[in-house]
Design a binder for this molecule. Structure first.
Ligand code: AMP
Ligand code: MG
Length: 473
């Protein structure tokens, strides 16, 4: 399989990435394959059984450790780079598009610093799931082709099982890839990287049109973060080395979907000041784009940089409003809808209601005039009554059944929530991969009800809430 991959990024040479032989894992076993992705990439003839991926998943291969740096929690760290993953090459699909393959957990590289180069089962499984979920919601994301466990153990807070995923992405170029060359004053390499991105991601742009590149990063990042906010996704570690130049959700750690609607939610328990809390994500997106623009400042003048960055807020606000309107079943966006959405969110926050399920509940109410169990408080609340009255006035030209149907095709019933993932991880650690398969199918088609969904449509109980997610992975 590996000999079918192209080596496109590799031609950039030693300043960009180092060839590394992966360190094989003992007793590696491919436990889950993402067949939908296999189909989509046209890989069916190459991957018929797990055996076809086993050699790669067990780290019996070689690849490139990419060099980058970046701002971590607001502080520049010049010493980053792939410390535990290798770019294996690019798969070209039938339309000619290139897809990077990256083996995460491949062993040490020249950039590992003190790390062991491995990834653990728990976080690999979480990464395998989240790309599928975001993709199903229409949010740009890297994905995972397969998930493998091993018999090797690695030390984190306790000993854990080492694992690998094969990550598939349109790009592994980060904001931090540009920062690397800017802060090292390697300006020719910076330009070469920008030219590579223009050629690969914006083939229609004129050579040297670096503003087009920054515009793309701004537009795609604004859309990605608007949709995170709309669907209640908290990334948790928005360092600039975890921001993809093409605006794909990238490098997952302690991510979480909101349970109750709480804008101050922080999924990363190492983030003591809430820099990457849910409500901060749009601001941090702009902060990160500023860091990128600064790194591109040898290629563009100040006015161009400013002009590109100025587009961010409006694009983000527009995408957010459009998406929230769709979630509420509204076909178009009017000025007064901004307040309508804000008041709905206020209600959810005051009553501590489940964020994503609230939109399904609202659709049920439209359809049958009754609230599902968990949302009954909305029936006996003056503020809610007022809001529902305004909402009905707003939606009245539309047929309620049709609106409810549209809402159900945009509002997910199934998400890889922390408590579901925890249940799947625990079962898999006890040798039962059934729940893993079941949840994977649910989140790949999150809008329709699945029979035997093992309760994956349910909110967490009070004791399930606030599961502690550490940054260690
Ligand atoms: P992350 O938190 O996964 O974005 O990683 C931040 C940096 O630390 C990247 O340069 C990683 O390659 C590196 N890193 C994370 N975990 C390990 C590990 N177990 N071994 C070596 N490097 C690591
Ligand atoms: Mg990272």
């Amino acid at each position: 399989m590996l000999d079918q991959l192209k080596q496109d990024f590799a031609r950039l040479g030693h300043d960009f990435a180092r060839p590394v032989k992966a360190t094989p894992l003992a007793g590696s076993h491919v436990r889950h394959i993402n067949w939908a992705l296999v189909e989509q990439l046209g890989l069916r003839d190459h991957i018929k059984t797990p055996a076809n991926l086993q050699l790669i998943a067990s780290a019996n291969c070689q690849g490139l450790a990419m060099k980058y740096s970046g701002h971590q929690f607001g502080v520049f760290n010049p010493q980053l780079g792939d410390g535990r993953g290798l770019l294996l090459g690019e798969w070209q699909d039938s339309s000619g598009e290139l897809w990077d393959w990256h083996l995460k957990g491949a062993g040490q590289t020249p950039f590992s610093r003190f790390g062991d180069g491995r990834a653990v089962w728990r976080s690999s499984l979480r990464e395998h799931f989240i790309g599928e979920s975001l993709t199903a919601l229409g949010i740009a994301s890297t994905r995972s082709l397969c998930l493998a466990s091993s018999q090797d153990s690695v030390m984190r807070e306790t000993p854990e099982q080492a694992a690998t995923v094969i990550r598939v992405a349109k790009s592994h170029i980060r904001f931090g890839s540009f920062e690397e060359f800017f802060y090292q004053r390697k300006y020719p390499q910076l330009q070469e990287l920008a030219d590579y991105c223009l050629h690969r991601y914006l083939p229609g742009a004129a050579p040297g049109d670096y503003q087009a590149l920054l515009d793309m990063a701004v537009a795609n990042t604004a859309k990605m973060i608007a949709l995170w906010q709309s669907f209640g996704f908290n990334h948790g570690v928005m360092n600039t080395d975890n921001m993809s130049i093409i605006g794909e959700t990238f490098d997952f750690g302690p991510y979480a979907f909101l349970d109750d609607y709480d804008p101050k939610f922080i999924c990363n328990h190492s983030d003591h000041h809430g820099r990457y809390s849910f409500e901060q994500q749009p601001n941090i997106g702009l902060w990160n784009l500023n860091a990128l623009a600064h790194a591109l400042s040898t290629l563009m003048d100040q006015d161009q940089l400013r002009e590109s960055l100025m587009a961010y807020q409006k694009q983000l606000a527009n995408h957010y409003q459009e998406s929230l309107n769709r979630r509420l079943g509204l076909d178009s966006v009017r000025e007064a809808d901004v307040a309508l959405v804000q008041q709905w969110l206020q209600l959810l926050s005051e009553q501590k209601l489940d964020y994503n399920l609230s939109f399904r509940a609202l659709a049920s109410w439209l359809r049958d005039g009754a609230w599902p169990d968990q949302f009954e408080t909305l029936a006996s609340n003056d503020k809610a009554e007022q809001w529902l009255h305004s909402y009905q006035q707003r939606i009245k030209q539309q047929c309620p059944n049709e609106s409810a149907h549209k809402m159900d095709s945009y509002n997910p019933l199934y998400l890889p929530r922390t408590h579901h993932l925890q249940a799947v991880i625990e079962a898999s650690q006890n040798g039962n991969d059934g729940p893993m398969e079941n949840l994977f199918q649910c989140i790949q088609q999150p809008f329709k009800r699945h029979q035997d969904d093992l309760g994956f449509d349910l909110s967490p109980t009070d004791s399930d809430k606030g599961l502690c997610l550490s940054c260690s992975s």
